[in-house]
Design a protein around this ligand. Structure first.
Ligand SMILES: [Zn+2]
Length: 49
């Protein structure tokens, strides 16, 4: 295999991994915001105001 193809496939792999991490970050943020809204959101006792 020549180096160009190997480098290109490595770039694709690292890009795919990066996209996967982005996806996980979004998912974790979404779950965390759901947990925050469920348990720690503003209510009568603890408002943001
Ligand atoms: Zn990204």
């Amino acid at each position: 295999m020549n180096n160009g193809v190997r480098a290109n496939s490595l770039a694709l792999m690292s890009n795919a991994f990066h996209e996967f991490c982005d996806c996980m970050g979004v998912l974790i943020g979404w779950i965390a915001s759901g947990i925050i809204q469920a348990d720690w959101g503003p209510n009568i006792k603890y408002t943001y105001g």
